[in-house]
Design a protein around this ligand. Structure first.
Ligand code: IVH
Length: 660
């Protein structure tokens, strides 16, 4: 191939890829399919392979660098990275306004969310991304360019021609969804989990291997033009230019006329805080005019023309009075911190899970310690760390129990697992969870049978196992505190109704280890009845497409257990539906679906029911055997994964066609 021709094609490809990359990662509205996108990228890779000297640092093929680094080099910032002074209430904001008015008048403010992540500076020369750095001490920071390049919403080449030689500032962060997923993966691998999205971001961005960084769900908002070789007159104008140049800019940035407008904005933002998919810890208020900014100047630490307004803290310290041990549905022993009640971000917290005993050891938490508690997003309260400076010497270590705290059976710890478990299948603690699980919404969905009712039934000895539910009489239920004639009948009706639930719900409700909703549907689509399933051996089960080895093993173990077989016999006798003729020839027979994002015309449960009625299966996590990924509004990381895995993605419209 002629090199000149190749060069032209390469340039065209890069331009197109950058354009579609921006559509996808910044605007969230792709206009070509992933397949087409990948085709462009592989063509570019092909040409660059033939002509390696045509590879440039800003080529879209260069996002994930080669070998891990030995360490980061330190570089000096083009412009010092100052931090912001904080305010904590509206009067302090009014004081800020008064201070400013001593120097300048007719002030316009720009207000924006204060993103809770890691601040970085990005340098561009002749529109090409040159370098990205951490804040460091404000004067010098670490060069983390190869890590930042893996974030697709950072342009490697600026669009348009208004910004060429610039330094911009922004915040790298992790969405709440991405954070939860990352922690789930960490847990599965037995790695320590991150206490909050900011820690997860900081930990990710400082990895030496860019390939690890690439796998972390990081994103960035750009909020400040710190240097430009061209002159502009306001911050708001700069924000618009940054957006036009291809940067991802926060959509909630607003211009207001005076400090009362700022306060209104802060009130509004605090309300919106809970609905955002990323953490913010306040608002940032900036004087809009550059001329006024210049007049106001800066102190050695902070600009005088900007300030942050911080929301109420989501961290508090308190005393950890005890560590108790809870026994879960599968017998796992979980240490739980009993805390001196403390308010964290507006909620009183008196208990917090410590996840597992390895975590207690790793965080060095002792009974009697003062601990730092944090609540982030809608995540349950976490014990971040112990405050060892406050120790008196009276603190006590919590040993891993040798016996189950409920039934006193010797506990076990399987090889390679973090969890300590009570192996006694008849342990009363496990029984409680099993019944709760059986009755839960995703399983047999028994209305009016909440946790406290189950606890009362067990306490009064009215039930001893799942099947006993179906033998309850009205007189029994009336013995429970709070139950009257009507409510008792309602409960009995719901229990009766559950006899006719789908086979997949029953399988799920049995609470077999490693058999979640999805696995239960896979199994129900293969077997016509619990009897058939109970006769299947492990090998046969492993052949079910999409079912993991652990699940196959657990099912075989479940049905090899005497008590489980007799439970199923009792359920059958009392009339619980344990078979379901396979309706062959259903339109979606055996097809696997996965949702990402919200649908506009149906709720997820409604759409799931339709899929199941038509013989399809609804998955909750991504895997290579998913047939259709249904793309809704504001999709999560499953969408990115699906594209990478080349799965078929359909929108709501196509989905409705499929089911109509
Ligand atoms: S402006 C000179 N805007 O908060 C002004 N900072 O405590 C530079 N931050 O170091 C900062 N969101 O890492 C600015 N919308 C926003 C921000 C923001 C988060 C971070 C940033 C900065 C720190 C200041």
């Amino acid at each position: 191939m002629d090199k000149n021709k190749a060069k032209k094609e390469i340039e065209k490809l890069r331009k197109d890829i950058n354009y579609h990359n921006h559509k996808y990662y910044v605007e969230n509205s792709p206009i070509i399919s992933d397949f087409e996108f990948d085709k462009l990228l592989s063509r570019l890779e092909e040409l660059e392979k033939i002509f390696p000297d045509l590879i440039t640092s800003d080529s879209p093929t260069q996002r994930v660098g080669g070998e891990p680094l030995e360490g980061f080099t330190t570089v000096e910032h083009k412009v010092a990275m100052l931090s912001l002074d904080n305010t904590y209430n509206y009067n302090e904001l009014r004081d800020f306004d008064k201070r400013i008015k001593k120097t300048v008048e007719n002030i316009e403010y720009v207000v924006e969310p204060k993103i809770d992540g890691v601040g970085v500076a990005l340098l561009y020369e002749n529109s090409i991304f040159i370098r990205g750095t951490t804040r460091g001490d404000g004067v010098r920071g670490d060069d983390i360019s190869s890590n930042l390049k893996t974030i697709h919403s950072i342009p490697l080449r600026l669009m348009g021609n208004k910004l060429n030689n610039v330094e911009v500032r922004g915040e790298v962060y992790m969405s709440l969804k991405g954070f939860k997923k990352l922690n789930n993966e960490q847990k599965k691998k037995g790695n320590p989990i991150f206490a909050n999205p900011r820690n997860a971001t900081a930990g990710s961005i400082r990895q030496l291997d860019p390939r690890i960084v690439e796998s972390r769900p990081l994103d960035i908002f750009i909020y400040f033009l710190s240097y430009s070789d061209k002159e502009f007159s306001t911050h708001f104008e700069a924000i618009k230019l940054l957006k036009d140049a291809g940067f991802r800019v926060n959509p909630l940035i607003e211009k207001v006329n005076d400090i009362e407008g700022v306060i209104e904005y802060c009130k509004k933002l605090e309300k919106r805080r809970e609905t955002l998919d990323y953490e913010i810890d306040g608002a940032v208020i900036k004087v809009n005019s550059y001329a006024q900014q210049k007049k106001l100047g800066e102190t050695s630490k902070n600009p005088r023309w900007a300030i942050s307004y911080k929301f109420a803290a989501k961290q508090s310290t308190t005393k950890l009075n005890d560590i108790v041990v809870q026994v879960g549905r599968t017998g796992t022993l979980t240490p739980v911190a009993i805390l001196e009640p403390v308010e964290v971000g507006g909620v009183t917290v008196s208990r917090a899970t410590l996840h597992n005993f390895d975590e207690v050891k790793r965080k060095d938490i002792l009974i009697g310690d003062f601990v730092l508690i944090e609540r982030s997003g809608d995540v349950i309260p976490q014990v971040v760390k112990s405050i060892s400076e406050k120790r008196t010497g009276e603190e006590k270590k919590k040993n891993i129990p040798k016996k189950c705290p409920i039934c006193k059976t010797d506990v076990i710890r399987e090889k390679g697992e973090v969890a300590v478990r009570c192996p006694n299948k008849l342990c009363p603690a496990r029984l409680k969870w099993r019944i709760r699980y059986y009755a839960s919404r995703d399983a047999m969905d028994i209305d009016h049978l909440g946790e406290s009712t189950i606890d009362k039934l067990l306490d009064l000895g009215l039930i001893d196992n799942i099947a006993d539910l179906y033998f309850l009489k009205k007189d029994d239920v009336l013995k429970l505190e709070g139950f009257k004639e009507k409510s008792a009948q309602n409960l009995l009706d719901s229990i009766e109704k559950s006899k006719r639930q789908d086979l997949s719900r029953l399988i799920y409700g049995l609470g077999i280890r490693h058999v979640g909703k999805y696995a239960a549907q896979l199994i129900a689509s293969k077997y016509n009845s619990i009897d058939e399933l109970s006769k299947a051996n492990e090998e046969e089960l492993r052949e079910i497409d999409g079912l993991g080895e652990k699940s196959a093993e657990a099912i075989a173990t479940f049905f090899a257990t005497e008590e489980n077989i007799s439970l199923i016999e009792r359920l059958k006798d009392i009339g619980v539906k344990t078979k379901e003729a396979k309706k062959d020839g259903l339109p979606l027979q055996g097809k696997k679906f996965l949702f990402t994002g919200g649908l506009s015309s149906l709720s997820r449960p409604e759409a799931s029911d339709i899929i199941k009625q038509k013989g399809g299966i609804v998955a909750s996590s991504i895997s290579k055997d998913i047939d259709y990924v249904i793309l809704g509004d504001k999709p999560g990381s499953k969408y990115d994964k699906a594209k990478k895995m080349n799965l078929k993605i359909i929108d709501e419209y196509e989905f409705k066609n499929l089911i109509s």
